[in-house]
Write a protein that binds this ligand. Structure first.
Ligand SMILES: [Ca+2]
Length: 137
């Protein structure tokens, strides 16, 4: 099975009505710089996953292109389980919502969501680098 069909199958299995696979669009965007026969890269698949995950939750209530607090909470609980479970602050979701909601419309759009993913990814990379340095690599 190639990575393209794997991603499409993952999209189909999710079952959410608004679920779509954005990978073809990503691949189409990249075709200007790569041969048309090339497979999506791991980074393109990761980007597709972020888009899919966001829309899986944003489409549930109200504005389907933005997360309200309930949708954000569900996304955090289901997709960042370990991150949330090690936090004891009962107001954590409210605080994350306030931090992410840059334009103060009480919703988190994709641009605001990506900031959180980027910040967590940077923190994970910092930890990864620290561990490598401890091992002297
Ligand atoms: Ca917002």
């Amino acid at each position: 099975m190639n990575t393209s069909s794997l991603t499409v199958n993952t999209c189909r299995q999710s079952g959410a009505a608004a679920e779509q696979c954005f990978l073809p669009a990503l691949v189409a965007c990249a075709r200007g710089i790569r041969p048309a026969t090339s497979m999506p890269t791991q980074l393109e698949i990761a980007m597709n996953t972020m888009i899919m995950i966001f829309h899986r939750y944003s489409c549930r209530e109200g504005d389907r292109f933005k997360l309200n607090k309930g949708e954000l909470k569900m996304l955090l609980q289901r997709e960042l389980t370990d991150f949330l479970s090690c936090q004891k602050d009962p107001e954590l979701v409210d605080k994350i919502m306030q931090d992410l909601d840059a334009n103060k419309d009480n919703k988190v759009d994709f641009n605001e969501f990506v900031v959180m993913v980027a910040a967590l990814t940077v923190a994970c990379n910092d930890y990864f680098v620290e561990q490598l340095k401890k091992k002297g690599k």
